[in-house]
Design a protein around this ligand. Structure first.
Ligand SMILES: CCCCC/C=C\C/C=C\C/C=C\C/C=C\CCCC(=O)SCCNC(=O)CCNC(=O)[C@H](O)C(C)(C)COP(=O)(O)OP(=O)(O)OC[C@H]1O[C@@H](n2cnc3c(N)ncnc32)[C@H](O)[C@@H]1OP(=O)(O)O
Length: 203
């Protein structure tokens, strides 16, 4: 995937990894997501569960202790869905300008509560798209200060839904944003958020 700088936060650093390193790391994160989903969907025999656990442990051992967080790639591959970290659902951000953002996400059973998406998984997507909107187009680094979620209807798994976000108003360092997750034009979940631009960039 080629980076579109308009979609990236002002402080995004794409030079953190070479294209080959980015591709191979992203493939690893995809495989991790697949493993999360496969474990969630499975009801393995005792021996299959033990064998799968051994393979996953072997992968963790291969990766070792890791690097300091200032050098990790997870969460920093800005042009990859979900920034190449496996906690949040893979959000594709299609468009961001100074005042609005638009994306798509498909939740899977890994993120499900009872049949519909878990209420704790939805804020991951809102925080991600509003966080991106709060920090693109030359805006300084800002942190989430407050989120309010309204769950209007259950969000289905294995179904692509659209996510929209906009800046409602700016008061000094405070950015008030709103966002909603929609299926076929119906709002399923909505979120109001406050981002505060921090006084000093800690990174
Ligand atoms: C999903 C897993 C991801 C794993 C990723 C791995 C690696 C990542 C690597 C790089 C990632 C980089 C970017 C990530 C991109 C997106 C992430 C989304 C962003 C976040 O996920 S970030 C984490 C969660 N976030 C926090 O960790 C914030 C903790 N907190 C603070 O850091 C401070 O609290 C702060 C800075 C918020 C304010 O502190 P401060 O000292 O600068 O300002 P102060 O307190 O003076 O407030 C100034 C004015 O805001 C009002 N105000 C403040 N708080 C309010 C509240 N809660 N409700 C209502 N009003 C509030 C005051 O009332 C005052 O208003 P007024 O000026 O009118 O009086």
């Amino acid at each position: 995937m080629s980076a579109d700088s308009r979609l990236l936060p002002s402080y995004a650093d794409l030079s953190i990894a070479s294209p080959a390193e980015r591709r191979s790391f992203n493939a690893l994160v995809d495989a991790l997501r697949d493993a999360q989903e496969a474990v969630t969907r499975s009801r393995p025999s005792e021996s299959a569960a033990r064998r799968a656990a051994a393979l996953l442990s072997e992968a963790a051992e291969l990766l070792g202790e890791g690097v300091p967080d200032s050098e990790q790639l997870a969460g920093r591959l800005w042009d990859e869905p979900g920034r190449a970290q496996a906690l949040a659902p893979p959000l594709y951000i299609d468009d961001v300008d100074g005042t609005s953002a638009r994306g798509r996400v498909t939740f899977s059973r890994f993120h499900a509560g009872v049949r519909t998406v878990h209420g704790g998984a939805l804020p991951l997507v809102f925080d991600e798209i509003m966080g991106r909107l709060a920090t693109t187009s030359g805006k300084p680094f800002a942190r989430t200060a407050h989120l309010t979620i309204d769950y209007r209807a259950g969000v289905p798994v294995d179904t692509e839904v659209e996510v929209f976000a906009r800046v409602k108003r700016v008061e000094g360092r405070k950015l008030f944003l709103s966002s909603e997750l929609c299926l076929d034009g119906t709002v399923l979940t909505e979120c109001q958020g406050l981002w505060v631009q921090i006084r000093e960039d800690p990174r």
